[in-house]
Ligand binder design. Structure first.
Ligand code: SF4
Length: 675
């Protein structure tokens, strides 16, 4: 086994919950860092020149749980108005620290740093205008560039020091400077270097009141960049600054929550993160409760768990918390053998768990994306059609559609004389040398908490088997990850499906927690499928409704972790004072027309200043450029410069059609009704 050497260290422990130790930073009266609770923040969406509107929105955000509030300051005029907003807030008895959000305008930053508690700068555009040029730097011309940045940046540092103002150096994947892109490419390393160029200048000037962020819309890139940042700070002897966590342009509703949790939750599990901003295309007061649900999970995590699991053999190579057989800075899928449609190069599979209620009628399968059409006596499936259904001891009473395979408990499978069209779920304890198994696909259920160390190696002798792993450990993601590490270290290449079940909770919490627990593994290439079970003892009348949510959450997590694209992805900005159209309404309109385009990524951005950069990952872009004026993009290329908003969605669809990517959402009227 090739262990990645010492260089994998990016957090305090991969198996126990421990916050990464940081210095403390003060933002007005609010302290941030590992000595303090993880802070919640968000950003206003109203025009910064609307003083009372900004104040009232800020008050609503504070009421909903925000501990600091960011407000955009695109020019000196808005920066100046922060003073009025702050004064009015203080008059109304609200002392929440304010953060000025700055892009491109050092003069606005220098003014804001005198007026509010913190400024956020984007190192990609503080000293650079975007020209989309690739530049060949020599060592000396690169150094000259750094000197140029220093000259522009030092005045702000001096003001921050004088006024006691904090700063966030906030890198965005989508807005790296031409200089960084030319040297490092569009990579996590480029994101980290982008911040470090500015951070080194701060340290040279003895200014340390700094928070760092590495946001991206792509969760894999985002997670890797934060981890790499921690490692680089350590290696360079820079201070361990607090981290502000966020996924940019996460979107709205279920998708936005799941994507945020996959990125932010994965890092929180490893003790990274001192403040969280969840960016949703919704009113900002809806963001803080989501952030709170994410971070509250860790309030007592350290006391409740130690997860070097009992099955760990005494003398394995993986004896230290930091030994890791995977590269945490670059996504690779764990190598597995292909077993039926699992592992190898297959996309991760979704298994619906119907063992509580069984399948009795055709309509029982609707929640998991399979639809019976009586008129034609055929089945249809939508993009979220589950691949397998586990019915336990309640096998289906009719023949299932072709696209859905059934798994039953081993006992039932034997009783039915081992049919080819059913697949057995065999508990690890039921396995012995002479047990009869299916000749192509067997599911072996393993609760890793009960697994004796000496038995792990016996897994390697299993043939035609997919492991279904679960845990009751509160620190579940790292516990399961530790098990994956053991499989890798013992070169056991069976595909693995991750099985999670939660107590009854709100839909939003379920989406956040399951996305954290599964996403944290999937972003590291661990896992070949997912089962999310509806809570035990759910009343039968509620089962179908929950099954639908759980199924779509499973697909949503796979998509957010970028391991299986089953729906259109909307990279929509959360909107701010720069926004030029109603983002929520427009996103809903675009979604209505395009959400059958599986795998297509559409960026919907409120302004031209940051929009094109922020949607770096999108296939198509819809960007506000003025009142009722929209620019349409193909990838990073603007192709329709100024389209009236009334026609912009039609023109976007035309563009997709020109590329041959469009297809009509053509189902039979009967099916369309059902969907
Ligand atoms: S892209 Fe959206 S959130 Fe970002 S600055 Fe523009 S309007 Fe504001």
């Amino acid at each position: 086994m090739n262990l990645i050497e010492k260089g994998t260290k990016y957090c305090t422990s991969l198996t126990e919950y421990k916050r990464r130790e940081t210095i403390s930073v003060n933002i007005g009266d609010l302290w941030m860092g590992s000595q303090y609770p993880i802070r919640i923040q968000s950003m206003t969406t109203i025009d910064t020149m609307d003083t009372i509107g900004s104040v009232e929105q800020t008050l609503r955000m504070v009421e909903s749980g925000c501990e600091l509030v960011r407000i955009t300051a695109p020019s000196v005029k808005e920066a100046q108005n922060l003073e009025n907003i702050r004064k009015e807030l203080r008059n109304r008895g609200c002392n929440v620290p304010l953060v000025a959000d700055i892009h491109f305008t050092p003069n606005a930053a220098e003014l804001a740093a005198r007026l509010v508690e913190k400024v956020r700068i984007n190192p990609g555009n503080y000293a650079d205008k975007k020209r989309f040029e690739t530049i060949d730097y020599t060592e000396s011309s690169y150094q000259a560039e750094l000197e140029r940045i220093r000259d522009k940046f030092v005045p702000l540092i001096k003001i921050c020091k004088e006024y006691g103002t904090a700063m966030r150096i906030g890198t965005n994947h989508g807005s790296l400077s031409d200089r960084i892109l030319s040297r490092y490419g569009d990579t996590p390393l480029g994101m980290v270097e982008s911040a470090l160029e500015f951070l080194r200048i701060c340290e040279d000037e003895n200014y340390f009141n700094i928070v760092l962020s590495m946001k991206a819309s792509n969760t894999q890139v985002m997670v890797e960049a934060y981890r790499l940042l921690c490692k680089k700070l350590d290696e360079e002897g820079l201070k361990p600054y607090p981290l502000h966590l966020g996924v940019t342009e996460a979107g709205e509703g279920e998708d936005g929550r799941i994507k945020s949790a996959v990125g932010i939750g994965t890092l929180l599990e490893d003790g990274l993160g001192d403040t969280v901003r969840v960016s949703l295309t919704e009113d900002p007061e809806f963001e803080a409760p989501v952030a709170k649900s994410l971070i509250d999970r860790y309030t007592h995590r350290a006391e409740s768990t130690t997860v070097i699991p009992a099955w760990k053999p005494a003398n394995t190579e993986l004896s230290e918390a930091f030994d890791s057989p995977i590269n945490p800075f670059q996504h690779f899928r764990r190598a597995t053998n292909e077993v039926a449609v699992f592992g190898g190069h297959n996309v991760p599979r979704v298994i619906a768990d119907y063992s509580q209620v069984g399948i009795n009628e055709h309509d029982d399968l609707k929640p998991i994306g399979h639809f019976y059409l009586p008129a034609t006596d055929k089945w249809a499936m939508n993009d979220l059609g589950a691949d397998f259904v586990y019915t336990g001891q309640r096998p289906s009473t009719f023949m299932l559609p072709m696209g859905l395979k059934e798994i039953v408990d081993y006992k039932i499978w034997l009783e039915k004389n081992c049919p080819e069209n059913l697949f057995p779920m065999i508990s690890f304890e039921e396995i012995s040398d002479n047990v009869k198994t299916h000749n192509s696909l067997n599911f072996i259920a393993v609760n890793i908490d009960n697994l004796k160390p000496e038995l792990i190696s016996s897994l390697s002798s299993l043939r035609d088997a997919v492991l279904i792993i679960s845990t009751n450990n509160t620190h579940g993601m790292p516990a399961l990850r530790r098990f994956f590490f053991e499989l890798i270290s013992q070169e056991i290449k069976l595909p693995v499906v991750i099985w999670r079940q939660y107590d009854a909770m709100s839909t939003s919490d379920f989406q956040l927690f399951s996305a954290t627990d599964l996403g944290g593994l999937l972003v590291d290439g661990l896992g070949d499928g997912a089962i999310l079970s509806v809570p035990q003892n759910t009343p039968a009348s509620e089962f179908q409704g929950l099954a639908k949510i759980y199924n779509s959450t499973a697909f949503g997590i796979l998509q957010a972790a970028r391991t299986r694209m089953s729906k259109t992805e909307y990279i929509s900005c959360p909107s701010c004072g720069r926004t030029l159209f109603d983002l929520q309404e427009t996103t809903a309109m675009i979604r209505k027309r395009t959400d059958h385009l599986k795998g297509v990524k559409i960026g919907i951005m409120g302004c031209i200043v940051n929009g094109p950069g922020e949607m770096a990952d999108a296939d198509y872009g819809y960007v506000g450029i003025g009142k009722d004026k929209i620019a349409l993009y193909r990838g990073q290329q603007v192709v329709k410069k100024s389209v009236h908003a009334d026609r912009a969605v039609d023109e976007l669809i035309e563009l997709i059609k020109e590329d041959g990517v469009w297809f009509e959402p053509a189902q039979s009227a009967e099916l369309a009704d059902m969907l």
